[in-house]
Structure formats: structure tokens, C-alpha cells
Design a protein around this ligand. Structure first.
Ligand code: NDP
Length: 294
């Protein structure tokens, strides 16, 4: 069994990004990312902090805006418009999930699609579906695809089961895998909460990508001997042995599944670091595109 080291692969991508940032700065363009958080959810605050820190580590410009939980939708959209017009900002990210009174879709639609580094704007969703080269691809599925490519896992002709059909992970993941070319050309099945005999469907996968948000849901009987498993899930569960009283686990029951796998990602240290690496990659891409450099 090979452990796919997401941290190491993410570090390699960050180094490529750092070189791109230096090259852009040398010609007068500093890639910039604005991250907006509404409310004080601790997990979201931690994500926002790590994105801001990574921008600084890579020499990028960053704006972190933390707004109170009662911020109105109009005020949030007004901020998005300001960021759309700010020439220092090439990427805009609204940390999800916003408070319930905010219509997330309306806010995402206010983002200039050329600055939509999360790839959630309908224009980018359509471009991913069309296979357009200038789409912004959502960071988590893009990171999963890159993990497979970097780990030498052949997707062409493989049967991939994507477990989960969200707009953030499952659906774009399936689209990427069925596209022609490197990291694509797969035969894709998308499974979800209404799938009949889920374990049998998953067991037919050469590559299983789990993104359902259920702690350790995928057991050994979901996995074929010799399969590759990518675990997207991040779930906090109680752990009396840890000083914090909790720990992070994936959607896969790692201990029982790993011995059956040809390769598997751990949680943490698998998909998570790739998501942020791809966000930085997309921001550099946005900077190039906005300056007509690619
Ligand atoms: P969503 O809740 O938006 O979607 C979950 C999907 O899983 C849905 O399609 C749902 O089916 C399906 N599902 C839920 N329960 C079951 C079940 N019992 N059997 C079969 N299918 C089920 O989650 P996300 O896609 O946003 O996130 C999934 C996981 O990935 C979460 O743990 C999240 O924390 C993690 N994540 C990790 C990231 C990273 O950087 N590593 C980034 C983004 C997410 P249905 O549509 O039928 O309801």
C-alpha cells in the first residue's frame, strides 16, 4: 500500500507557484487574493487564516476581510463589487458557508468570473462542463486530479466512482475525470445518498473518491482489492485521548481500508493541503489572465 503524501505534493506545487509569483513580480504584477469571511465560525476562521498566511509565504498580495455575522447581503455584494474593481486583487473568495440569511449563490454571481478563483460562478461551472481551457476549476477536485497525476495513477480507462455530488467537490470532480487528456479519460460513476447498493457500486471502482462528509463511512467492504482511494472528507470527531478532545478523520475508515488499497490519501495530510495549493495556483492564473499574459 502506498500512502499518497498530499503535503509533499502540495509543497512541490507551492514551489512552482512561488517561482511564477517571482516571475510576475519581476514584470510589475503581484498576484493578489482577497478572502472574505462573514461571521466567526472557528473552522472557517482557521481556513481564512491559513489562506492569508500562504499568500504571504508565497510573496503574494492578500486582503483578509472579516465581517460581523449580521452583515447584510447588500453590504457583502457591495464589498465584492469593490474587490472586483480593485486592480491589486486577482482572486476573490467568499469563505463558505456564510450565515443563513445570506444567499450564497447571489454573492458568488456578483464576483467577476475572471476573479472567481474558487470556480463557483456559473460562467466557470459552464466552462468546466464545456472543457474550456480558460475555466477556473474548483480547487478541491482540481487538487484531487493533480494528486492522481502526480502519484502516477492512470485514470484513462479506469472506472472511477465519485461518492458525493456537491457542486464544490463531487460534480466538478466527475466532469474533470471524464474530460479527454491527462488525469481524465475515465469511466465515471457518481454515487450519492439515493444510490442503491452503495457498497457494491463503490466496490466496482478502480479509483474511489469519497466526498460525503460522513466520518469513516467508507468501510473495507466498499473497496476492491488493489483500488486507489482518495479521501476528501474532513470530519471532526470526539477523541478523549487528544488534548483537544477531538481529532480530524476522513470519510474513509482508514485503518481497515488502507491494507486493501494500492494507494490511499491520509486525513489530514492528503487532499486538504492540495486544495489550498490549487487556490494559490488559480490566483496566479487569474493574475496572468487579467494582465493578458496567458
Ligand atoms: P455536501 O454535504 O455538500 O455533499 C455531500 C454529498 O455526499 C451529497 O451529494 C450527498 O448526497 C452525499 N452523501 C451524504 N451522505 C451520504 C450517504 N450516507 N451515502 C451516500 N451519499 C451521501 O459536502 P461537500 O461535497 O461540500 O463535502 C464533502 C466532504 O468533503 C466534507 O467532509 C467536507 O468537509 C470535505 N471537504 C474537504 C475539502 C478539502 O479541502 N479537503 C474541501 C471541501 C470539502 P445527496 O446529494 O443525495 O444529499
Amino acid at each position: 500500500m502506498k500512502l499518497i503524501d498530499g503535503k509533499a505534493i502540495a509543497r512541490k506545487i507551492q514551489e512552482e507557484t512561488r517561482a511564477s509569483v517571482e516571475a510576475l513580480k519581476a514584470v510589475g504584477h503581484t498576484p493578489g487574493l482577497a478572502v472574505v469571511l462573514v461571521g466567526a465560525d472557528p473552522a472557517s476562521q482557521a481556513y481564512v487564516r491559513s489562506k492569508d498566511k500562504m499568500c504571504q509565504e508565497l510573496g503574494m498580495f492578500s486582503i483578509k476581510r472579516e465581517l460581523p455575522a449580521d452583515t447584510s447581503q447588500e453590504a457583502l455584494i457591495e464589498l465584492v463589487r469593490e474587490l472586483n474593481a480593485d486592480p491589486r486583487v486577482h482572486g476573490i473568495l467568499i469563505q463558505s458557508p456564510p450565515p443563513a440569511h445570506i444567499n450564497e449563490r447571489a454573492v458568488v454571481e456578483a464576483i467577476d468570473p475572471r476573479k472567481d478563483v474558487d470556480g463557483f460562478h456559473p460562467i466557470n461551472v459552464a466552462k468546466v462542463a464545456l472543457g474550456d481551457a480558460d475555466a477556473f476549476v474548483p480547487c478541491t477536485p482540481l487538487g484531487c486530479q493533480r494528486l492522481l497525476v502526480e502519484s502516477g495513477v492512470e485514470t484513462a480507462g479506469a472506472h472511477v466512482v465519485v461518492l458525493g455530488r456537491s457542486m464544490i467537490v463531487g460534480k466538478p470532480m466527475a466532469l474533470l475525470l471524464m474530460q479527454k487528456g491527462l488525469g481524465g479519460d475515465a469511466t465515471v460513476t457518481v454515487a450519492h445518498s439515493r444510490t442503491r447498493d452503495l457498497a457494491a457500486v463503490c466496490r466496482s471502482a478502480d479509483i474511489l473518491i469519497a466526498a460525503i462528509g460522513r466520518a469513516e463511512f467508507v468501510k473495507a467492504d466498499f473497496v476492491k482489492e488493489g483500488a486507489v482511494v482518495i479521501d476528501v472528507g474532513i470530519n471532526r470527531v470526539a477523541d478523549p485521548t487528544s488534548p483537544k478532545g477531538s481529532k480530524l478523520v476522513g470519510d474513509v475508515a482508514f485503518d481497515e481500508v488502507a491494507p486493501k488499497c494500492a494507494a490511499i490519501t491520509p486525513v489530514p495530510g492528503g487532499v486538504g493541503p492540495m486544495t489550498i495549493a490549487m487556490l494559490m495556483h488559480n490566483t496566479v492564473l487569474a493574475c496572468r489572465r487579467l494582465n493578458s499574459m496567458s
